[in-house]
Design a binder for this molecule. Structure first.
Ligand SMILES: Nc1ncnc2c1ncn2[C@@H]1O[C@H](COP(=O)(O)OP(=O)(O)OP(=O)(O)O)[C@@H](O)[C@H]1O
Ligand SMILES: [Zn+2]
Length: 505
């Protein structure tokens, strides 16, 4: 093996600002600071929303793989996000609380908890901190006060940001698109179609559940203001990477950038030296959509799929994670029952193979592999896989190229089992599939309406094996028919040796 095979690949990431892949180095040596726009907790997250957090988790794990410490913030939007990403419509939280006849705080608490459950089920590392928008309202008011004199104007409905007061407004979106803003934004009196509310006054005579006093009257902060303030409060600006779904590249993030620039122009010395092209973050990264036959999966459109729905149908949530990793984060990913079933089969094969390896392993050193140790000591047949894997994830998180390398490692013949497990454990630090702990039994998720437990099925199958050993085929068939009647397909001769599967759900 040549020496250069031991050299870690430099990390390169696609930056939406330049629309190009650039070598990544953090601002502070050895430490990356990342902010991800979080969920608006007025409904369950759909699996499209969750794709955004599988992406940020892959980013976070890759930064760690490259030896960096990571501070990662995800916010919870519990106020301010209107039904249109520009300034039209109702507050999504207020509308949901009204429809459910519940307090907005109860609605937020319920869906926040459900979101955190989804995050845990997908083995997504929780962020260093969840910042909740309503905890930062005083800071939002203070931020708005600072930028208001030079960048804002007041209308009856609120305080508006004048997008013409910052250079290159909308550059992230590929330029200002006044026509698009004009189509979606009916607010009268705005100076430019792309201006947006940073504080919305409660309409006279109308009491909102969530409102605060401000210099511009009682009301609520705008959604774009929230992310500027929380990212600045927790990470300082500029920080390294800001993430979100690709829809945010068009309005939400350009508006955040405009606010960050305004603040920097007013108060730059407070937060660091002024720099040319300041946007608040060095990298802006966006995941593409999960789509189905109707197009982008979307809460507002209705008819969406949640992770809970998949689990209720008997699908292990990590099969969905594997489905996401099978596509590059910047590609659209088509969701279908067939794609999901293929991902589940792929995961089963991996888990069963790793279980087999673990049964043959001699030591437990593979549980905590260190990359530098692996690099120096790995079996010569396995070593190139480590370097190729490193090159794949370092190339803008190319997980679709990394997964076959994992499968190659699992299948590699004539290499010490413990070393193979070491390498698989290392790969899994980046992929987060829990391969070293997941078992075949874990993958048998009973559908919600199943009429039989896995234990009962196993007991019946043992009885059937005994009957077949005694050549009592009548009893064997009777047991199989009984299982079919309860929604269990017995898979004799299954090449995966999976034996049975539940057909209900
Ligand atoms: N279909 C999708 N595929 C991938 N990411 C998505 C999809 N829909 C939304 N996202 C991303 O999910 C994250 C959370 O979004 P949020 O909870 O604010 O969604 P929302 O705007 O209320 O819902 P929706 O867009 O579905 O109506 C954001 O980063 C958003 O860009
Ligand atoms: Zn945001």
């Amino acid at each position: 093996m040549s020496d250069d095979q031991h050299t870690p690949a430099p990390l390169r990431l696609f930056n939406s600002l330049s629309r190009s892949i650039q070598p990544f180095t953090p601002i502070e040596e050895g430490h990356a600071r990342v902010y991800s726009c979080g969920p608006t907790v007025y409904n369950y997250a759909h699996i499209g929303n969750l794709r955004a957090y599988v992406f940020t988790d892959t980013l976070r794990r890759t930064l760690l793989w490259k030896g960096l410490a990571v501070t990662h913030i995800i916010n919870i939007t519990d106020v301010g996000h209107l039904t249109s990403d520009a300034d039209a419509g109702d507050d999504k939280m207020e509308a949901a609380a009204r429809a459910a006849a519940k307090s907005i705080w109860d609605v937020a608490a319920h869906y926040t908890q459900a979101f955190k459950q989804n995050i845990a089920d997908l083995n997504i590392t929780p962020p260093s901190e969840w910042t909740v928008a309503t905890d930062y309202v005083p800071q939002m008011i203070a931020f708005a006060q600072k930028i208001a004199p030079a960048h804002c104007y007041e209308l009856e409905s609120g305080l508006y940001f004048d997008s013409a007061t910052v250079p290159d407004y909308g550059a992230l979106a590929g330029g200002r698109d006044d026509a698009a803003h004009a189509r979606i934004d009916p607010v009268a009196g705005k100076r430019n179609p792309s201006d947006f509310a940073i504080w919305r006054k409660s309409p006279p005579g109308e009491q909102r559940q969530m409102e605060w006093d401000s210099p511009w009257g009682r009301g609520a902060p705008g959604w774009h203001l929230e992310c500027s303030v929380m990212s600045q409060a927790r990470l300082g600006q500029p920080f390294d990477i800001h993430t979100g779904g690709i829809d945010h590249r068009e309005i939400h993030h350009p508006n955040e950038i405009a606010q960050n620039q305004a603040f920097h122009a007013c108060c730059g010395p407070e937060i660091g030296e002024a720099e040319a092209g300041f946007t608040g973050a060095r990298w802006w990264m966006h995941n593409n959509f999960l789509v189905d036959r109707q197009g982008k999966m979307s809460k507002s459109k209705g008819g969406f799929t949640t992770l809970f729905t998949l689990i209720d149908a008997g699908v292990h949530p990590l099969a969905y994670r594997l489905l996401c990793l099978g596509a590059h984060y910047r590609s659209e990913l088509e969701f279908s029952a067939d794609n999901l079933a293929a991902a589940l089969t792929r995961l089963k094969r991996l888990v069963m193979a790793v279980e087999g390896l673990k049964a043959r392993a001699e030591g437990v050193t593979w549980q905590s592999p260190r990359l530098d140790y692996l690099r120096a000591n790995l079996h010569p047949k396995l070593a190139p896989l480590l370097e190729q894997f490193d090159a794949a994830i370092s190339d803008d998180l190319m997980t679709p190229r990394a997964l076959p390398l994992l499968e190659e490692a699992v299948a590699m013949k004539k290499v010490p089992v413990d070393e193979k497990l070491c390498l698989i454990a290392a790969f899994d630090q980046a992929l987060g599939l829990n391969l070293l702990t997941l078992t075949r039994a874990d993958l048998r998720v009973a559908p919600k309406d199943a009429q039989i437990t896995p234990e009962e099925i196993e007991a019946e199958l043992e009885r059937r094996t005994a009957a077949r050993a005694e050549k009592d085929f009548a009893l064997s068939d009777e047991i199989r028919d009984g299982l079919i009647a309860r929604g269990v397909e017995v898979m004799d001769g299954d090449p995966l040796r999976w034996d049975w599967r539940l057909t209900l759900g």
